[in-house]
Design a protein around this ligand. Structure first.
Ligand code: FES
Length: 133
């Protein structure tokens, strides 16, 4: 008799655990499918929110085919002094004229982040226009 009671309670506990697991998976799937909330991240740009595809216009060179990853992947042939690829040398410094970027690492080189970016440390968040320094 006692064995049946324990067996019954174990079955209920297993069913409850399965139900909670399924509910948790559904919540995670729902959270991942929601669009990012505006203002949720300090680095998020309005271009990224609008879903505009990244594009790069470099003054003097025109539109440049965008490569995945940091801007240096796209602009390497225009930035011959980019040596470290880690934000230290400043050789990939650009003046950001329009648009916004996402910083993927904190720069070590001294720059004014209000006006300049490092191509090795940023990704375009949407269409950008920039110039070599
Ligand atoms: S390549 Fe050196 S700071 Fe970007």
């Amino acid at each position: 008799m006692m064995g049946l009671l324990v067996l019954g309670l174990s079955g209920v506990a297993v069913l409850a655990a399965l139900l909670l697991t399924v509910m948790g998976i559904q919540q995670i799937a729902t959270a991942r499918s929601l669009p990012a909330k505006p203002g949720a991240g300090a680095e998020q740009s309005t271009d990224a929110i609008a879903g505009a595809a990244p594009s790069v216009h470099l003054e003097g060179a025109g539109m440049v085919a965008v490569e995945p990853g940091v801007l240096l992947n796209t602009l390497w042939e225009h930035l011959p002094n980019a040596e470290c690829q880690s934000g230290e040398c400043g050789g990939c410094k650009l003046r950001l004229l329009e648009g916004s970027v996402n910083w993927i690492r904190e720069p070590v080189a001294e720059i004014n982040r209000q006006t300049h970016i490092l191509a090795c440390s940023c990704e375009a968040a949407g269409p950008i226009r920039c110039a070599t320094v």
